[in-house]
Design a protein around this ligand. Structure first.
Ligand code: ADP
Ligand code: MG
Length: 396
């Protein structure tokens, strides 16, 4: 367990918080989705109420270590001001920290908030160079990491700064660690993992880690076809990673040794090519024609997966069951999402596309937890210690 802001006396002290304000913007720079800003509010509000002086920092996009104003955090400062109903101080400077920023930080009253410019304006940031970490640390007394989505990167603002300041987690980080961490370490059983997405090669470390924790594992999505090919099925033009066939066979063997029930699709929905032009023709997996491509799982698979989901007390899901971006091939992913929504168990979602699919179906509110960190949640599921988490102080 990591310490949180609740475990620190922050009154009158300067607290620097790493947030994830990496929001999507349109061509005019308008923020198109402010959910990441909204997600940071509980931590900021708590620090305001406790009388801390609050510095916020984040990256936005990939400015490549230069002050490219396209990536300025000014729009975020404005949106945050209106969401908080309080002025948020902001000073745009290519160096992120300068004398003006130092003066502003030193002059803040308890409860005041100052947002720093995009930390990736400095080339040191992504190289985790101590010089910039020190500049940031010298502004404050306490470091708070609330950017779970960036915690798998060892950068100045996520990791380096904790060399010079005591580091604790914010509420968003706490929630991620609780749901992803506790779920993996102390799951209520039966524990089911559902894996999908495009490539097996992306997900092997996740599958390997989960195999030693779960009671059953569903494999769907594009990656299922390499597994099926390895089992001797003809998969037509479906997604195949030749060089992963052996690996899938050894994962199946490992599942057997560990007593993990492993479920693969029984049937599929196919198209002539990678397109939404046709409704899709269903085939059992031993009948896939050589000129067809499986873009989703079929009805029998959905039934099988739904039954397994109903039995489970804990479910972790990563990766869509089919090409959900195409309306004709979203059915399998929707069926799994709906079964999770109906489940009385704990449901945790990791992965950017899986989270997007659930939002698209309007089922986000029905899940126990949807991780805000795509890449970070995957590394967590791989069993890796994230550098931005490792630097935070342990409770006792
Ligand atoms: P996540 O972001 O949740 O970790 P991934 O990035 O691994 O998920 O995979 C998502 C992608 O997998 C989606 O864009 C989806 O279209 C693709 N996908 C799923 N099933 C198939 C399939 N049968 N053939 C090709 N692509 C697929
Ligand atoms: Mg993805």
């Amino acid at each position: 367990m990591k310490k949180t802001i609740r475990d620190m006396d922050v009154r009158g002290r300067c607290v620097i918080v790493r947030c994830d304000f990496n929001v999507p913007q349109d061509e005019r720079g308008e923020i198109t989705d402010d959910s990441r800003i909204l997600a940071s509010i509980p931590t900021i509000r708590y620090l305001m109420d406790e009388g801390a002086r609050i510095l916020l920092m984040s990256h936005l996009g990939r400015p490549k270590g230069e002050a490219d104003m396209k990536f300025s955090l000014l729009p975020v400062a404005k949106r945050l001001s209106s969401l908080l109903g309080e002025d948020v101080l902001f000073h745009s400077t290519p160096s992120v920290v300068d004398d003006r920023v130092r003066d502003m930080a030193a002059g803040m009253k308890p409860g005041q908030v100052l947002l720093l410019e995009n930390v990736r304006f400095r080339k040191e940031e992504t190289k985790n160079e101590p010089s910039f970490s020190k500049e940031l640390a010298e502004l404050a007394d306490i470091y708070v990491n609330d950017a779970f989505g960036s915690a798998h990167r060892a950068h100045c603002s996520t990791t380096g700064i904790a060399e010079y300041l005591p580091g604790v987690s914010g509420f968003l980080m706490e929630k991620e660690l609780k749901f992803l961490g506790d779920t993996l370490e102390n799951p209520k059983r039966p524990f089911l993992a559902i894996m999908g997405g495009a490539k097996v090669s992306d997900k092997i470390p996740v599958i390997e880690n989960l195999l030693s924790k779960v009671d059953s594992l569903i494999i769907g999505g594009g990656m299922a076809y390499t597994f099926l090919k390895g089992q001797g099925y003809e998969i037509g033009k479906s997604l195949l990673e030749e060089d992963m066939i052996e690996m899938t066979a050894s994962l199946l063997k490992k599942a057997k040794e560990k007593g993990v029930t492993l479920l693969l699709p029984l049937d599929v929905l196919t198209a002539a090519g990678f397109s939404n032009d046709e409704k899709g023709v269903p085939y059992d997996i031993d009948r896939i024609p050589p000129d067809r491509m499986a873009l989703d799982v079929g009805e029998k698979s959905m039934r099988l997966f739904r039954e397994e989901i109903t039995k489970a007390a804990t479910i972790v899901w990563n990766g869509p069951m089919g090409v959900f971006e195409m309306s004709n091939f979203a059915g399998g992913t929707r069926a799994v999402a709906e079964a999770l929504a109906d489940s009385e168990g704990i449901t945790v979602i990791g992965g950017g596309d899986s989270a997007a699919a659930i939002r698209q179906f309007g089922l986000a509110e029905k899940m126990t937890h949807i991780s805000t960190g795509g890449g970070a949640s995957l590394e967590f599921l791989e069993g890796k210690v994230l550098p931005g988490v490792a630097v935070l102080q342990d409770l006792n």
